[in-house]
Design a protein around this ligand. Structure first.
Ligand code: PMP
Length: 444
């Protein structure tokens, strides 16, 4: 019995028993298991390891911080890593987003954004506003608050009676629409669903609208038409609803800009970051908001929220080194360039594999979707288990990709191909070569 098999009966459990081999080490875009087999980390873990594995600069800065202090409670001391990381984050965000609150992950960050919005509303005498509208499908995390905002029924169902049941609107799936509208008109059509929902819920009750500017695991890198984003911003302004962008997956440079929302020229009221922000070196997340939201909350007695590990100096030292690396190595620009190349090559695979129905995304937040036929975009039969099978074939070949079969309202097998932002042209070719072999095996 191999060690991996022996340990599937061990004490640890995740979603299921874990038959994967033991991880030995990582280097750049590669991971190695204990047998020495090499894998391309073609989805940066779960769109996390943006600057690759074992980056020497980040490790050196973390070690230096470790030698000084690994923890100092934020109410007892200020620390340079957390102050410096906040300043660096602000410098990378659009003007006006100038205040930062640190947490240790994406779900915590989403909930922090919502709690800041609520406490701000209270300072403005808007206590009736508590509903947060989000989208379907979407993913915002698995703690109760974040799960309530998540538009993915299978994850919500067991806990539904224990949640408020926050309102949702349909996210654009314009590539599935069979109408004669222009892309711009479709974007507006979907954005207007927000207005309908605000009216339905009563504008006086609606606190915020939360969305992923580019859906990650929920939609497989789906980008809405530009008109969608600008109209959403207008509707939020019209109704005094705060716009929160969950950029846990799309932020920190992954799409070729620091924030994905920069592609659309829309600035949210609060932005949520995690994943690539700590890039796998530390559990780290943040919300970034303007002083006009934060100051009234501080004036009213402080932000009633916080986590023990928030802003700890070791995590912040790692985050700061990650952002410095992004800037100094030009990795955001590289994400834009390599993203275009990888997307073109993924699109090229459509010539050979008619069951690839759609390739989408921006920068290195890319995905392809498998379908029964491109004309109708009908999904592959569920029994085929495509989302699992293709991932397993690729894994055998030494390429790790990330897949989802989205269910409930919208159904399809999509695969995220999101390597670290340090990926080179030769490595893009390597990824495409392995994917080509995997797709050929899948087809037989
Ligand atoms: N928001 C988005 C868009 C995400 O992709 C995720 C994680 N997949 C989360 C929130 C939750 O992050 P975490 O798992 O770190 O709590």
């Amino acid at each position: 019995m191999s060690r991996a098999e022996a340990d599937t009966g061990g004490h640890l459990f995740y979603q299921s028993r874990n038959p994967r081999p033991f991880l030995d080490r990582g280097e750049g875009i590669y991971l190695y298991d204990e047998s020495g087999k090499r894998y391309i980390d073609g989805c940066s873990g779960a769109m996390v390891s943006n600057i690759g594995h074992s980056n020497p600069r980040v490790l050196a800065k973390m070690k230096a911080q470790m030698d000084r202090a690994t923890f100092g409670y934020r109410l007892h001391f200020r620390t340079h890593p957390s102050e410096d990381l906040a300043a660096k984050t602000v410098s990378l965000c659009p003007e006006g987003l100038d205040r930062v609150f640190f947490v240790s992950g994406g779900s915590e960050a989403v909930e922090s954004a919502v709690k800041l919005a609520r406490q701000y509303a209270l300072t403005q005498g808007l206590g009736s506003r508590y509903k947060v509208i989000s989208r379907f499908p979407s993913y915002h995390g698995c703690t109760f608050g974040a799960l309530d905002l998540t538009g993915y029924d299978p994850l919500r169902e067991p806990f539904a009676p224990m949640m408020e049941g926050m309102p949702k609107i349909t996210a654009p799936m314009t590539y599935l629409d069979r109408d004669n509208l222009t892309e711009e008109a479709r974007g507006l059509k979907y954005a207007e669903l927000l207005r309908d929902r605000i009216e339905e819920e009563g504008p006086e009750n609606v606190l915020a609208f939360l969305m992923e500017p580019i859906g990650g695991a929920s939609t497989g890198a789906l980008v809405a038409p530009d008109s969608y984003y600008t109209r959403i911003r207008e509707i939020c302004d019209e109704y005094g609803v705060l716009l929160i962008f969950d950029e846990v997956m799309s932020g920190a440079g992954r799409t070729g800009k620091f924030l994905a929302s920069e592609h659309f020229g829309v600035v949210p009221d609060i932005v949520v970051l995690s994943k690539g922000f700590g890039a796998g070196y530390a559990p780290l997340g943040a919300i970034v908001a303007p002083s006009r939201l934060v100051e009234p909350v501080l004036d009213a007695g402080g932000f009633l929220h916080g986590f023990t590990y928030a802003g700890n100096p070791l995590a912040c030292a790692a985050g700061l080194a990650v952002l410095e690396e992004l800037e100094e190595q030009g990795l955001i620009e590289n994400a834009a360039r390599m993203g275009d190349l990888l997307k073109a090559k993924l699109t090229g695979l459509m010539d050979r594999y008619p069951f690839i129905g759609h390739v989408r995304g921006k920068g290195l937040l890319l995905a392809f979707e498998l379908v029964s036929d491109r004309e109708t975009m009908r999904p592959l039969p569920r029994e085929l288990n495509a989302y699992n099978r293709l991932v397993e074939i690729a894994y055998e070949l030494g390429l790790i990709i990330y897949s989802r079969r989205t269910r409930g309202g919208y159904e399809g097998d999509h695969f995220l191909v999101c390597p670290p932002l340090i990926v080179t042209e030769a490595q893009v070719d390597e990824i495409i070569g392995l994917l080509d072999t995997a797709l050929a095996r899948f087809a037989t």
